[in-house]
Write a protein that binds this ligand. Structure first.
Ligand SMILES: NC(=O)c1ccc[n+]([C@@H]2O[C@H](COP(=O)([O-])OP(=O)(O)OC[C@H]3O[C@@H](n4cnc5c(N)ncnc54)[C@H](O)[C@@H]3O)[C@@H](O)[C@H]2O)c1
Length: 433
């Protein structure tokens, strides 16, 4: 144990990061920046080649800066060379919103034969309480956890595209399977993070991560439902949110939108409700907020359709321009983006869909959205915008020229309050949704 601590403190420890995606690659680069040698493991050979050729594929990471410090591989024998192993593989859902732990299980299966004494393994993927213990700790049979080898769970709190909080400034939740595991985890994460927040068990850390994300999901669900009600009552939801936000206690503002996206908020609540269900509890509240967020794209389209009808126009002949398909502003990640659901519903109704997103130039394969595979972003030219019957602002990246869109669109459905139109001020061009 002391040997491992000494290696961490002297920066001689080699850090292995399993899963070089949106979480793993920035994490790996952060440890390189601190002076550690990092080995990145990924089953995606294309990513491995890109890292080794220092070709960036995630906007926030500049691999060229870390010439010799990072090496990527698909060969798990190299696990032997790592002193710390961090697992950041996906935790998606299967059909019927059942957690899909296959990536976590596979990565653990791959590292098991190459584990040795004096290693720290940290699971960072989001999952339900009990995952670290059941899927990792119990699988290590040949060594004593807490004496020979050390295990912790430390949830990732990455917020892609957030300019205000650097990863280093966000306190890091840590937990260990034993007190020795926690001690080493503390030493390790202190290297990079300004503050660490130890909790008493890996289960508590897993629970904490889900609590944070469910808090967002529930509040976004609430404000989206309030938006639907405000529309019926002809009240501007944004004005009400601004006013409510003046209360210095007991209220935190959340913005309504076209639905939820990304790899976390639409998925993680189901990890908790599934596990609770296994233990005999039906978490109705968590499920309900998920349901409201899921119906938002349908609500958006039904309002667009109503508007078209009121103008004696047909939606089935319409040409629609979607502005922004990333799941949130200023990121190049389109996983679970509500834009696709909106596009799919409109497409089913017969609308012809194009999109503009300067951060996502082409739509890659999507299981549920086959019609849009390979569709390319249009270039934002005045004449092109004029050609569409309507523009829908789904994601408002800062680099988008919204003036140009305003000047050239026939009508704009604004799902992000980008144009901040007041309800009592007439603007014939923008409909807030
Ligand atoms: N993206 C976020 O903003 C974010 C924020 C906080 C937490 N998380 C959590 O972090 C985890 C990772 O998310 P992500 O967004 O980085 O996913 P991602 O899909 O971007 O990256 C995961 C990577 O893991 C690789 N991989 C899959 N199975 C593997 C295996 N057996 N061995 C090696 N590599 C393997 C994939 O090829 C991929 O490159 C998830 O649990 C997610 O919930 C994500």
């Amino acid at each position: 144990m002391n040997q491992l601590i000494a290696k961490i403190e002297s920066k001689k420890a080699v850090i292995g990061v399993i899963g070089l995606g949106y979480v793993g690659l920035p994490l790996a680069s952060n440890f390189c920046r601190k002076g550690y040698n990092v080995i990145g493991f990924d089953i995606d050979k294309k990513k491995v080649t890109k890292v080794n050729k220092k070709k960036n594929y995630i906007k926030s990471v500049n691999l060229k800066k870390y010439k010799k410090k990072i090496l990527a591989t698909s060969k798990f024998t190299r696990i032997k060379n790592c002193d710390v192993i961090i697992i950041t593989v996906p935790t998606p859902l299967k059909q019927k919103n059942i957690p899909d732990l296959s990536f976590v299980k596979n990565s653990i299966k791959k590292i098991l034969p190459f584990l040795r004494k004096n290693q720290l393994i940290s699971l960072e993927s989001t999952s339900y309480p009990g995952t670290t213990e059941e899927e990792l700790t119990k699988k290590i049979k040949s060594m004593t956890v807490g004496k020979d080898i050390f295990i912790c769970y430390s949830p990732e709190r990455e917020d892609p595209g957030n300019k205000y909080f650097k990863t280093i400034d966000v306190p890091k939740i840590i937990s260990g399977e034993t007190s020795n595991c926690l001690k080493i985890a503390k030493k390790f994460y202190k290297v990079f993070f300004k503050s660490v927040v130890p909790v008493s068990s890996t289960k508590t850390a897993e629970f904490t991560k889900l609590l944070e994300n469910i808090y967002r999901s529930v509040n976004i669900g609430l404000v989206n439902e309030m938006k639907i009600i405000s529309k019926i009552m002809k009240i501007n939801i944004h004005e009400a949110i601004k006013a409510a936000s003046t209360k210095p206690f007991g209220y935190r503002p959340f913005d309504p939108g076209p639905g939820m996206g990304g790899h976390c908020i639409p998925i993680d609540p189901f990890y908790m409700s599934w596990k609770a269900n296994q233990l005999g509890y039906d978490s109705r509240f968590i499920r309900q907020s998920g349901n409201i967020n899921t119906i938002m794209p349908k609500w958006i389209v039904s309002n667009i359709e109503k508007f078209f009808k009121s103008k004696k126009k047909k939606i089935n002949k319409s040409k629609i321009l979607i502005i922004g398909i990333a799941y949130k502003k200023n990121v190049d990640d389109d996983r679970e983006s509500p834009a696709y659901e909106i596009m799919k519903i409109l497409n089913k109704k017969g609308s012809k869909i194009s999109y503009y997103d300067p951060l996502i130039k082409k739509i890659n394969k999507k299981r549920n959205f086959k019609n849009f595979h390979n569709l390319k972003s249009i270039t934002l030219k005045n004449n092109k915008i004029k050609n569409f019957d309507a523009s829908i602002i789904v994601t408002d990246h800062d680099i988008i020229n919204f003036n140009k869109i305003y000047k050239n669109s026939k009508i704009i459905f604004d799902c992000r309050n980008r144009y901040k139109i007041k309800l009592n001020k007439k603007d014939n061009k923008v409909i807030q949704l």
